[in-house]
Design a protein around this ligand. Structure first.
Ligand code: NI
Length: 219
């Protein structure tokens, strides 16, 4: 499942975050690339050694974790390895897949939180490959794209302007995407039922089934 979550950060929060990014220290993105991804990774990353990075990482983790749609669709056990990156002047990140483990946590899902206004840069689409097609994504500042970490993907060259983003990974309580999808649909259906008809017998049964499936599948 590929999921777009709008407005994870408010325009005000984005503005403040961008002003901190503008004065922070950046380093070559290759420092955290796997040996085979180094060859295709041409971007910059916020230096992890400075205190501001710790603050910004915490802010993004809190905003993601607090979002109800993220909770329901992703069921995060741990949101981890958050980084900030910057692309300008033809920078890109060629085709790759993400490592299965980072900092001791499994990467079930990847996410990109877009931080630049759409009209402030050209290029820089995040392209996700499927078996027989591919899809390009470029979201409004403050919106997040969540996608399976197992997919091949790339960031197209930034032709003009500056593309800022926060990226990170999620170890889900539910390892298998097909099971996460069942839980997400059951949860969505029961919430809709509740809105229309209140706490009915049907709502109680779906809620019970949902909880029992989580007990069976969660790790
Ligand atoms: Ni990647």
């Amino acid at each position: 499942m590929i999921l777009t979550i709008p407005d994870v950060l408010s325009p005000q929060a984005i503005g403040e975050l961008r002003s901190q990014l503008a004065t922070a220290k950046w380093v070559d993105g290759k420092v955290t690339a796997g040996w085979y991804a180094k060859a295709v990774k041409h971007n910059q990353q916020l230096d992890a050694q400075q205190p501001v990075t710790t603050d910004l990482v915490k802010q993004v983790r809190q905003a993601m974790t607090a979002h109800p749609l993220f909770q329901s669709a992703v069921r995060p056990k741990r949101v981890h390895s958050i980084r900030f990156n910057r692309y300008s002047d033809g920078m890109s990140y060629g085709r790759h897949s993400d490592n299965a483990f980072m900092n001791g946590y499994r990467s079930d899902l990847s996410f990109t939180l877009f931080l630049s206004e759409l009209d402030s840069y050209e290029g820089g689409e995040l392209v996700i490959e499927h078996v027989d097609s591919e899809q390009a994504y470029k979201l409004r500042a403050g919106s997040v794209l969540v996608y399976p970490a197992s997919y091949l993907h790339r960031v197209e060259p930034v032709v003009s302007g500056l593309r800022w983003a926060a990226i990170g990974w999620v170890q889900s309580q539910i390892r298998h995407a097909s099971q996460r999808e069942i839980l997400f649909e059951l949860d969505t259906a029961r919430r809709s039922l509740f809105q229309k008809h209140g706490k009915t017998d049907e709502f109680d049964l779906i809620t019970k089934s949902l909880s029992n499936l989580v007990r069976q599948w969660a790790e």
